[in-house]
Design a protein around this ligand. Structure first.
Ligand code: ADP
Ligand code: MG
Length: 719
């Protein structure tokens, strides 16, 4: 605002000077006086404003932003004053100039008057002379001769006069021109004066307008100053209240900090204390560490010593335990009987067809997993074995029951696992399984590998496999170069009484891949040799013989265990009259070998002095794996289909017969008779030889009396 005021002032000053220059004269002086009076008034106002500003400066708000503003305003005010001073000085100068110009104007006017008077005089004089001259001429004309002369003279003189007249006339002309010019100048000056007066009136009006504006600006300035004052007061009030609030917050903070400080002080004390003690500890640490290390070393070496001695002691105990375990195991086997009989029922398959023939005839006991019931010709026959696997039992579950037998091979035991049953009952499925779901053979070898790996720290083991087939009482090597060649079983020449098969190929296997290769090889042999593998396999016994030889590096102890996995020929009866030629011969051979197996197992379980191993190639080959503390598992496979119930009944009878032999002296005595042959099992009606639904063909009194109480109970309940 001051800025605008200043500008206006400047403009006015310029205007004034312009007016001065235009005006001159007394009007300008009057105007100047007016302006001076205005200036004076403005100065007074400024002074008043200055006083106001000073009062404001002395006001309590020292750090108020208006102070700065005030100072600036003051500064501007003083500048304005200075400028007003200058304007005044210039005004005086301009006054002087106007004075001079007025004087000059008066002089010019005077000169003009003089020249006008001079001209009038001259005119007067010239007209008088003209008159005189004309009078003279007239008087002269009236005097003829003399006058002629005179005229001539006059004429001569008149020429002179004429010339003078001409000169005078031209001079007159010039003067008249001069007068005209002066008149023109006068006129112009009058016009100028008029226009100056007009301009003056305009300027006066402008000045009035400016004054009004100045008034308004002043009023506005006052208003604004008032507003600024109000604003300042408001700001001061606000700042004050804010400061009060902030002060309050600061006070509160201070109180919080004070209490914090109070609580922190003890913490600081304890921290300082801790720090000091830590410093002490750090100083003492290397010493302490050395001390600790020394004692730790001593302790460790002592502990190592102790561990050594404990280890020695443990090793001694372990060996003793090993012996004891073997003794216990033998005792357990002796008590339990080393021949176990499991039953496995395969599920009904598509091959069983549909209708009543494919109906399920086998049921199980929910509370006893060793019992199964067969519905045969409208009667329910119950059997108790060591364990029964229902159709839904997986390969894994079956193998879990078998794996203890498999691992005992590593400890040097001989093991035989037979799959017995009619063709299609699941023997091959149980022994070999499928590629996706392998059977006992592959799982057993995998288990042996992992067990052997686990014992590798102390033992060196080699695992070898052989594969053989017995068909029509001829033994053939499935892995040999000449599969058609019949092999012989011979006594070891070392006089140990051990048997061996010269020429039987043995492959050393170390991994599952090795076994797969061996199996594939064996299968290829069998496939290329036979036109109908299924037919052939059901008429021959397939043997996988795994030999595990171990050497205990610490004791030098050597062990040899044999695992014989046998997929037997189909046990189904071939009609006596129906078969002829090779078919009959095959049937006779199968019947003979399965009867011989039954005889041997029976003789072994009843601990007879003589075991008829030599009655078949199979029992003869497996002699050392069936006798002594060897273990045998008979997996009896049956079909649950209605159409197979006769064969199922025969297989289960065989199973129970093998199992029912007890080890007591009475039973031994009682069972001195021979094992019933397959022919015997093939009686016209299996059930007729097993009254009350029990599958025993001509059971001896001893046999009956030797049955376990549970069977007897079941026998009674099943009627
Ligand atoms: P075998 O060797 O006694 O003649 P297989 O093992 O060849 O009998 O089995 C005959 C059919 O029954 C095969 O197709 C086989 O896959 C199937 N089978 C046998 N047992 C089972 C089982 N527990 N689960 C599923 N399928 C089985
Ligand atoms: Mg088979």
């Amino acid at each position: 605002q001051v800025e605008t005021l200043k500008e206006k002032l400047l403009e006015q000053a310029q205007e004034i000077s312009r007016l001065r220059s235009e005006l001159g004269g007394t009007d300008a002086e009057k105007h100047r006086d007016l302006l001076a009076a205005e200036n004076e008034r403005l100065r007074q106002e400024m002074k008043a404003l200055e006083g106001e500003l000073q009062r404001q400066q002395q006001a309590p708000c020292r750090d108020c932003p208006h102070l700065q503003e005030n100072a600036e305003l003051q500064e501007q005010l003083s500048q304005l004053q200075r400028e007003a001073e200058e304007t005044r000085a210039r005004l005086v100068e301009l006054d002087l100039e106007v004075q001079q110009k007025t004087n000059r104007l008066a002089e010019v006017e005077l000169r003009l008057k003089d020249s006008l008077a001079e001209r009038a005089e001259e005119e007067e004089r010239l007209s008088r002379r003209l008159r005189d001259s004309q009078e003279t001429i007239a008087s002269l004309k009236s005097q003829p001769q003399q006058i002629k002369y005179i005229i001539k003279t006059v004429e001569v003189e008149s020429a002179k006069v004429k010339q003078a007249l001409c000169e005078t006339q031209s001079r007159n002309q010039y003067l008249q021109e001069q007068v005209g010019m002066q008149k023109q100048v006068l006129k112009e000056m009058e016009q100028q004066l008029q226009s100056s007066q007009k301009t003056e009136a305009q300027l006066r009006a402008q000045i009035m307008m400016y004054e009004a504006e100045l008034e308004r600006a002043h009023g506005q300035m006052l208003e604004e100053m008032q507003a600024m004052e109000d604003e300042k007061n408001h700001a001061i009030e606000e700042a004050f209240s804010r400061a009060q609030v902030e002060m309050k917050a600061v006070h509160e903070n201070l109180a919080g900090v004070r209490t914090n400080l109070l609580t922190l002080q003890p913490a600081l004390r304890t921290l300082t204390h801790d720090y000091n003690s830590l410093k002490r500890q750090v100083r003492d640490f290397p010493l302490l560490l050395q001390e600790t290390l020394r004692s730790a070393r001593a302790e460790i070496s002592q502990a190592i010593e102790e561990v050594h001695s404990t280890n020695r002691e443990l090793l001694r105990k372990y060996r003793r335990e090993l012996q004891l375990r073997k003794k216990c195991h033998n005792e357990l086997v002796r008590l339990k009987g080393n021949i176990r009989v499991f039953g496995r029922v395969r599920p009904i398959t598509k091959e069983d067809g549909e209708g009543p023939e494919a109906a399920n005839a086998v049921t199980f006991d929910a509370d006893d997993d060793a019992v199964l019931h067969l519905l045969h010709k409208g009667k329910q026959v119950s059997f108790e074995l060591d364990k029964v696997f229902p159709p839904q039992a997986s390969q894994e579950e079956v193998f879990q029951e078998v794996q203890a037998l498999v691992t005992s091979c590593i400890d040097g035991y001989n093991v035989c696992i037979f799959a017995y049953g009619q063709t299609g009952a699941g023997k091959t499925y149980t022994m070999e399984g499928t590629a996706a779901n392998p059977g006992i053979n592959q799982r057993a070898l995998q288990l042996l590998f992992s067990e052997v790996r686990g014992k590798a720290a102390d033992w060196d083991y080699t695992i070898t496999v052989s594969a053989a087939e017995i068909y029509n009482e001829a033994l053939r090597d499935l892995l040999g170069k000449e599969p058609q060649e019949k092999l012989e079983i011979k006594l070891c020449p070392d006089g140990s009484g051990q048997l061996y098969v010269p020429g039987l190929t043995e492959f050393r296997v170390q991994s599952v891949e090795d076994i797969n290769k061996v199996f594939e090889f064996g299968h290829i042999k069998r496939v290329t040799e036979c036109t109908n593998l299924n037919e052939h396999s059901s008429r021959s016994h397939a043997l996988l013989i795994v030999t595990v030889r171990g050497l205990d590096r610490s004791t030098g102890l050597r062990t040899t265990g044999k695992l014989n996995l046998v997929d037997l020929a189909g046990s189904e009866r071939v009609g006596r009259s129906g078969a002829e030629g090779s078919r009959l011969r095959e049937a006779q051979h199968i019947n003979k070998s399965l009867s011989a197996l039954g005889d041997v197992i029976y003789a072994l379980r009843s601990r007879q002095g003589h075991v008829p191993f030599r009655n078949s190639k199979l029992t003869y080959l497996l002699q050392d794996s069936l006798s002594g503390d060897s273990k045998t598992l008979m997996m009896v496979q049956v079909s649950p289909a209605e159409k197979n119930t006769s064969e199922t009944l025969c297989s289960l009878k065989f199973a129970e017969r093998v199992r029912s032999v007890e080890l007591g002296p009475v039973s031994r005595k009682a069972e001195l008779g021979s094992w019933p042959s397959q022919e015997h099992l093939e009686g016209d009606s299996p059930c007729s030889s097993a009254p009350a639904g029990r599958g025993h063909a001509s059971p001896s009194p001893g046999q009956l009396s030797s049955r376990s109480a549970s069977i007897r109970r079941k026998l009674h309940t099943s009627g």
